[in-house]
Ligand binder design. Sequence first.
Ligand code: NAD
Length: 394
Amino acid sequence: MIVGVPRESFPGERRVALVPAALANLAKAGMEVVVEAGAGTEAGYPDAEYAAKGAKILPERSEIFRVADIIVQVLAHGANDKTGKADLALLRRDQILVGFLRPMGSVESITEIASSGVTSFSVELIPRTTRAQSMDALSAMATVAGYKAVLIAAETLPRFFPMLTTAAGTITPSRVLILGVGVAGLQAIATARRLGAVVSAYDLRPAVKEQVQSLGARFVELAIEAKDAQDARGYATAQDESFYRRQRELLGKVIAEHDVVITTAVVPGKKAPTLVTKEMVAGMAPGSVIVDLAAERGGNCELTHVGEKAVEHGVTIIGWLNLASSVPYHASQMYARNLTSFLALLVKEGKLQLNLKDEILRETLVTQGGEIVNPRLREFFSLPPLATQEEAKK
Ligand code: NAD
């Protein structure tokens, strides 16, 4: 089995799908690796390090796609909506593709992937189970983004984060509010605490209260309760508009008390809820900072300019995308670990084992034989169930 690592082509992307240290484990499972020249350079992994671990370096991208049985990418078509399409012509029927595909993004791009005939797996669909934990790329990248969001906020804020007692006077610590306490939010709390800020956090899932407190932050309780706040997979459920309206009314005062707001609130397959309105931005002290990690999904702040930094009412609002790419060395190391665990399920003793009885493979498989085969995605995109799947149900 040959695993191919093309250079990431999304503009500004610095990560790479596999790092040299991952190659030994892949070799044990019977996989050889071919790497496009320069694929790891921007993440801090030169070609020579891959070669030293037994990889073959190929200068042409098309060669990688031609010789590999399995292509691994960070942002594949779908997640890479700028340059990902160009790879479709290089993929061939029954070749395996593993990467971020943004499966609930657009039915067009997933259909295009299907049309290439490739057997594709989307890392976004890896179940949140104990067995799949080491493959959970969303969590790994959310960890990176949560950390980096705090550093960006600290860099932008015209104040210190920590309390300082100096001969030139006492500095009061900055107050940081985290809205949405999933993986990114928890990492943001921990990072802001390490920098000495006073941290508060809020989530509609009351289950996170203890986690927030165990990190030394205050849990903000609003006089409003979400209905069935969390689904079986641990994700927040969508609420009705009256909930979101009430939530915004209650959040306004809390937000005004903070120097930094980091928002991470998303609901799978939906546009991100608006938690910070223009009025709330106007109510913040000048110089305050909002980092909107939900920008990719439309943003949690009404004034977020997706992909950009903007100043509104004296408040800097950062809606940059793809923050995980800005810590490329460790983000790639973590992602490579996720992929290595995943590939170990897929390839045994050098042979492909497409065992769809395995929950992890079944849930992440998106396209096969020219079709979108994932039942959850077919339902999400209102596509009729496949005849074979109807048969299987009987
Ligand atoms: P996510 O990225 O889907 O969402 C981020 C957070 O935003 C969530 O905590 C969500 O509750 C919150 N949110 C959504 N709408 C909101 C609103 N209107 N107001 C306030 N907050 C709102 O979350 P995630 O990081 O993917 O984590 C989801 C859950 O899954 C967490 O409980 C996490 O700990 C859990 N998880 C479990 C595993 C595992 O068991 N292997 C792995 C990863 C995550």
